[in-house]
Design a protein around this ligand. Sequence first.
Ligand code: ZN
Length: 163
Amino acid sequence: MALDELYQEILLDHYKQPRNKGRLTSADLDVELKNPFCGDEILLTILFDQDRIRDVAFEGHGCVISQASASLMTEKIKGMTIGEAEAAIERFSRMLKQESDAHGDHVCDGHCRHRFSDDELDELNALQGVCAYPTRVKCAMLAWRSLQQALQRYKTEHATPAH
Ligand code: ZN
């Protein structure tokens, strides 16, 4: 199976059978974000264990890209520290950033040099082709922006006073 087809399968699989779907009743915080351009919605609930993401779940609806991205993200970040999750957000958003060559032509072409991971089979790389479609980048980023806000809020609320 070609890599493109495999990526397509991964996205559809996560859309149809989303992982970590639901709402954590014991969550430390929740963040709800909408993408008005597409009508996507994500509600993210996270349970922390000090600086580690102990559990995470999402509810939402919208296009395949927004929901598959949320499902893939929750699988990836569960168990990560806040620092690791922030690095994952950074890496993911870099993958989706459109790059142009000297002629202004888009160069990522569905095989972005800034893949999420060097492992082509890392499921998050299934979203790399989105960088060719700027309007869809908002869909793919929605869950990750929710996560970013959640981490910020948690850090603010649990800031340890400086010594
Ligand atoms: Zn969308």
